[in-house]
Write a protein that binds this ligand. Structure first.
Ligand code: ADP
Ligand code: MG
Length: 617
């Protein structure tokens, strides 16, 4: 708890798994959810009975493939027309359509009705589940949170993640880069052992994204990010997909059947491949068996670790290339790296470890921090600091992070003019003047982009704004554009008309463009409605379970007591059996009844059975 009496949480909102931590008794506690797990699948399912989030959703995926949503992080902050998104869509069994403003919308059938959700809304559902787990653990309401994003997330992806937090009812204190967060965890853990400035390379390979970050940690605990590199589309899922493609091909050869059109079979195969991949991290050979895989044909095939490595060779080499790029950007060579720290589930793959170790000329890799929990751990420390915790461990923490990709505007010839260079420390500001290119021009329009390509349109388009200028011969009127990147890595920009001295500042955040405030309000309402529905669903299933348990209990008592001298007389037995029969009827219906009906059935059954059984025990 902090000075204000509230507790802030740290959330690692992962592509495949998410994790939440709280600050308690001057240390981080990673919270286990209601299933007892410390990480939770970032998965949401819509069923006829209700909504499932986390393990519950993931476990029923093969039975409900079109309404079980994963990978929201691959959609968040992206445009529908994005080529990567179009590519991803081919592997998703759920439908994604183009919504207003080019926002991708996920379509599901929920309680018999078609519904559309943005990635922000799906992510907010995962966030709510994590928030609730933290609240249950702490026994109090949580409002503030630090949420992590891949270092390589662009501005719109960061802003959209912040929006998701807002929709989940969280006040997002800060968006922080995942590898930087892991660096905090490492720095804190190693505090007493750091006797001089050290350079640490954080290698974070998860399910969906890959980030490398080179940080300097000094003896006071100040963490300065020197450079980041990575790929928002490289991780465990790509390795799973490579295995799926391989097996589809093998299956075709063996049975002359093309299963690539059978989405359900592919989904089952993907789940099996992910499991097999994990197994191959500890043993060198495994078999995948799936009953009635396609048209009654079973699936049974072997895969070796060597084959798995071959299938993913290119992905693995790309990871090493990124490490080189990061070193280059930081103007360092590999000998200057003191520690190489592994983060993310996919760093368990032996080949990845070996390639990295070889690259660093046999250097031992540091496994001191927990690969699945370090990101949430660091975010929790920062959350504690930002809410005013004064404990010794957090008060010294100073973070200096960087902009992952250059920011700038397009020029009239279509080239990209950088205003803030990549790897600049944040927060940062820069200004630049732009002049009219035609006589009597009435305004100058700026398209804001983020990326490293020299042609503006090859970069990520973030938004557009125009500033009116007084009519004059070309080159006489000008606008000063200011870019300001805050501690979240989020950009605000403004344009000021200078020639007349009149200052018109326009701020664009693509927040307005993507999701207007009204839209967010609507999402909040929907989130609230679903929360109430979920509560009703939980209540209903819990009374239904209580009814089922009681019927089971009575039946077993009848059996048990029936074998003793105190056995029931025939009349009592008959009364109880009729009552059980009646109560069981409601359980046979496929649709869920409302909680009141189950409660009534339970009450009636208890009224009959409790007094009879009481006489016989
Ligand atoms: P993210 O943060 O992107 O959700 P995580 O860091 O939680 O990802 O890592 C999840 C990924 O790690 C998944 O693709 C999972 O299959 C993979 N993974 C977990 N354990 C192993 C293992 N033992 N061997 C190989 N991959 C693993
Ligand atoms: Mg992660």
């Amino acid at each position: 708890m902090n000075r204000r009496g509230s507790v802030a949480i740290g959330i690692d909102l992962g592509t495949t798994y998410s994790c939440v931590g709280v600050w308690q008794n001057d240390q981080v506690e990673i919270v286990a959810n209601d299933q007892g797990n410390r990480t939770m699948p970032s998965c949401v399912a819509f069923t006829n009975g209700g909504r499932l989030i986390g393990e519950g959703a993931k476990n029923q995926i093969a039975m409900n493939i079109t309404n079980t949503i994963y990978d929201a992080k691959r959609l968040i902050g992206r445009r529908f027309s994005d080529t990567k998104l179009q590519e991803d869509m081919k592997s998703w069994p759920f439908d994604v359509i183009k919504g207003s403003n080019n926002i991708p919308m996920i379509v599901v059938t929920y309680n018999g009705e078609k519904k559309e959700f943005s990635a922000e809304e799906i992510s907010s559902m995962v966030l709510i589940k994590l928030k609730e787990a933290a609240e249950k653990f702490l026994g109090k309401v949580v409002r503030d949170a630090v949420i992590t994003v891949p270092a390589y997330f662009d501005d719109s992806q960061r802003q959209a993640t912040k929006d998701a937090g807002h929709v989940a009812g969280l006040n997002v204190l800060q968006i922080i880069n995942e590898p930087t967060s892991a660096a905090i965890a490492y720095g804190l853990d190693m505090k007493n052992d750091i006797v001089r400035d050290i350079n640490v390379l954080i290698f974070d390979l998860g399910g969906g994204t890959f980030d490398v970050s080179l940080v300097n940690i000094d003896t006071n605990g100040t963490i300065t990010v020197k450079a980041v590199a990575g790929d928002t589309h490289l991780g465990g899922q790509d390795f799973d997909n490579a295995m799926v493609d391989y097996f589809v091909e093998q299956f075709k050869r063996k049975h002359n059947i093309d299963v690539s059109v059978n989405k359900r079979a592919l989904s089952r195969l993907r789940v099996a491949c992910e499991k097999a991949k994990r197994v191959l991290s500890s043993i060198i050979d495994t078999t995948i068996d799936i009953d009635s895989f396609h048209d009654g044909v079973d699936f049974s095939m072997r895969i070796s670790r060597a084959m798995f490595e071959k299938l993913n060779e290119d992905f693995f080499s790309k990871c090493i290339e990124m490490v080189e790029k990061c070193l280059g950007d930081a103007e360092m060579n590999k000998w200057q790296i003191d520690e190489v720290v592994l983060v993310g589930g996919s760093t368990r793959i032996p080949k990845v470890q070996q390639l990295l170790k070889d690259f660093f000329q046999g250097k031992e890799l540091s496994k001191k921090i927990h690969v699945d929990e370090a990101v949430a751990y660091g975010a929790t420390v920062l959350a504690a600091k930002l809410t005013g915790c004064t404990g010794k461990k957090v008060s010294n923490l100073v973070l200096i992070d960087v902009v992952p990709l250059s920011l700038g505007v397009d020029l009239h010839d279509g080239s990209f003019n950088v205003i803030i260079k990549r790897n600049s420390s944040i927060p940062t500001k820069n200004e630049r003047n732009y002049y009219t290119v035609m006589d009597n021009q009435e305004s100058i329009t700026f398209n804001v982009y983020q990326g490293e390509r020299s042609r503006a349109i090859d970069n990520n388009w973030l938004g557009r704004f125009a500033v009116a200028v007084p009519r004059a011969p070309k080159g006489r009127s000008s606008v000063r554009v200011a870019f300001d990147v805050d501690a979240n890595g989020i950009l605000n920009c403004s344009g000021v008309e200078l020639t007349t001295g009149q200052k018109i500042a326009i701020t664009i955040t693509n927040y307005k463009e993507r999701l207007s405030t009204r839209n967010i309000e609507k999402m909040l309402e929907v989130a609230h409605k679903y929360k109430l529905q979920d509560e009703e669903y939980e209540k209903t299933t819990s009374v239904r379970n209580a009814l089922e348990d009681y019927i089971y209990d009575v039946k077993s008592k009848i059996k048990k007591i029936g074998n003793t001298t105190k056995r029931f007389n025939n009349k009592d037995l008959e009364i109880m059996e009729i009552a059980i029969e009646k109560a069981s009827e409601i359980l046979k219906e496929s649709q869920l009844a409302d909680s009141g009906q189950y409660q009534k059935a339970l009450n009636q059954l208890e009224k009959v059975c409790v007094p009879i059984i009481a006489q016989h025990v």
